[in-house]
Write a protein that binds this ligand. Structure first.
Ligand SMILES: [Zn+2]
Ligand SMILES: [Zn+2]
Length: 129
């Protein structure tokens, strides 16, 4: 039987999720995270993954991206940065073209920014040529 106390089990699950997110640059969705965490914690449920991901993003420990319809993607990098979303392969990558050091724009104060570029990524362009 599992004798680990609930609070401790919770943080083990949370830590495993954070570890999985930290190990990748691909901005995965909950299903991908679930498949990876399951390798460490076989009895974890998809509901637990969803709950933890939403808690972590509310606490500002991860970013929740709304880059695509009906799916949320997650990012371990929480500092201001822009994303490129490929319409061909669906990949989401970090891009550096936007000045993320500005704190005002047209006289308005910026708390955070969320910039999403859409198009065809360089890997897909290569295979198309
Ligand atoms: Zn692509
Ligand atoms: Zn990112």
């Amino acid at each position: 039987m599992n004798t680990v106390p609930t609070f401790q089990r919770k943080s083990i699950q949370r830590d495993a999720i954070l570890e999985v997110l930290a190990s990748t640059k691909r901005h995965p969705d909950a299903i991908w995270v679930y498949e990876k965490v399951k390798q460490q914690i076989p009895n974890i449920s998809l509901g637990t993954i969803y709950r933890n991901l939403s808690e972590l993003s509310k606490n500002g420990m991860i970013l929740e991206l709304h880059a695509k319809d009906n799916v949320k993607n997650y990012d371990f990098t929480v500092s201001n940065h822009a994303h490129f979303v490929c319409s061909s392969c669906g990949s989401i990558t970090d891009v550096s073209s936007t000045d993320n050091t500005v704190s005002t724009i047209d006289g308005n104060h910026i708390d955070y920014m969320s910039v999403m570029y859409y198009g065809v990524c360089k890997d897909c362009l290569k295979t198309a040529n």
